[in-house]
Structures are given as structure tokens and as C-alpha cells.
Design a protein. Structure first.
Length: 219
């Protein structure tokens, strides 16, 4: 006979329109301080389990549903397994001092699908850098029927904005391969905003020079 899981915390059933229990929920905190090897635990009748919480991303528990001969499935933060009935199951874990996982077991009468979803919680430090440097550049004259570099490459650039000063003529915008028929069309008196660190070129396919202005925002 298996052992009852410590710290079981039943949650009231959710009842349907006709008074039947549609979902029965129980919550259990499993301490991982001591090693286990296929130790039997008596779960209430369930058909879904969710790892609601764990001490950290490294806390790991393995479970064999219903029978010891079944394969072990790893339970980590936010894992969800559902769609089949289970009760008495077998838990395995290495000794993980101070670590734990909190399981929520459901009995969902209308659920018949099965899937496993392991969304490991990330504890990586993320630094969000806010761009602070606005750098306008001197007006550039894009020569007639020619390609002109507007901005050099800049690894720190977060955003680039260029403006076509012509009131009548279209420019083509692109990389070094821009031509009269290749590249984004920048219409007269329009601006273009780009998130790019590479070089920016324009091609002027008219008989006269066109002025281009703009700025870049750097981190």
C-alpha cells in the first residue's frame, strides 16, 4: 500500500449546471530534500496533473503513473500531463536540498485528450537596454542615376529614419545591391523607419540630385 502524499490540500469541486462535479482539484507540495526511488503515493482519482510551482528551474521529479513498470516522466516547472486516469503512482527524485515541486491534480470528467507540455521556467537575467542616443546626420545628396550610401553599418543602432526631400521623385532604398528596379520605393516627401544595423543605400534614377536627411537612435 502506498503512502499518502504529505501536505495534501483539497480544493472544492467545480460543479456543473446539474449539480455533478465537473472538476475535482487537489494540490500537493512534494519536498525533494530526500532521495526517492519509485516510492508509491496514493493520489486521488485524477486525469490531469500540473506542476504549478517549483523552488527553481532545476527542481525535478519523475513519476510513473499507475504501475512501476511504466516509464518515468519528468515533472518540472509548468509541466502539464492530462487525458488519462491515474491514482496510485510512483515518484523518483535525487536528493535536492531545499527544493520542492507543487503538483495540482485534477479530475476532469469531459477531458479525453492526452498531451505533455514542458514549459521550463527561465531564471535567466535579462537586461533591457533603452536607446538613449539620437544622432542626426548631415543631409546627403543622392546623385543622379546613381547609388549613394546614406548610413554606414552600426552595431549599436536600434532604429534608422531617412526622409526623401524630393517633391516629385521616388528613391529606391536597400543594401549595396539596390538598383533602379530593386529596393523599397521611398515616395516623395516621405520618411522610412527601419530597425537595422547594416549599411543603408538609396538609388536615384532621375536626372537630378535628391536630398536625403535622417537620424539614427543608438543604445
Amino acid at each position: 500500500m502506498g503512502y499518502q502524499i504529505p501536505e495534501a490540500e483539497p480544493i472544492l469541486p467545480v460543479r456543473g449546471d446539474f449539480g455533478r462535479d465537473e472538476i475535482v482539484i487537489n494540490k500537493f507540495k512534494i519536498e525533494l530534500d530526500n532521495a526517492r526511488e519509485s516510492v508509491a503515493f496514493d493520489f486521488p482519482q485524477s486525469n490531469a496533473v500540473w506542476v504549478m510551482e517549483s523552488s527553481d528551474n532545476e527542481a525535478k521529479l519523475e513519476i510513473q503513473f499507475n504501475m512501476q513498470r511504466n516509464s518515468k516522466i519528468t515533472l518540472q516547472q509548468n509541466a502539464v500531463i492530462k487525458g488519462f486516469n491515474f491514482g496510485k503512482s510512483y515518484l523518483t527524485n535525487t536528493a535536492q536540498s531545499g527544493k520542492y515541486v507543487t503538483l495540482v491534480c485534477f479530475y476532469i470528467k469531459k477531458d479525453s485528450s492526452f498531451n505533455i507540455e514542458n514549459f521550463a521556467k527561465s531564471f535567466d537575467e535579462v537586461n533591457l537596454v533603452t536607446p538613449t542616443d539620437l544622432s542626426p546626420f548631415a543631409d546627403v545628396s543622392a546623385g543622379a542615376t546613381a547609388k549613394t550610401q546614406i548610413m554606414a553599418s552600426n552595431a549599436n543602432r536600434k532604429k534608422a529614419v531617412i526622409h526623401n526631400h524630393s517633391t516629385t521623385d521616388v528613391l529606391r532604398v536597400g543594401d549595396t545591391n539596390v538598383t533602379a528596379t530593386k529596393g523599397l520605393r521611398l515616395m516623395p516627401e516621405q520618411s522610412l523607419e527601419m530597425e537595422i544595423t547594416d549599411e543603408i543605400y538609396v538609388y536615384n534614377n532621375t536626372a537630378g540630385a535628391i536630398t536625403v536627411s535622417g537620424y539614427e537612435i543608438n543604445s
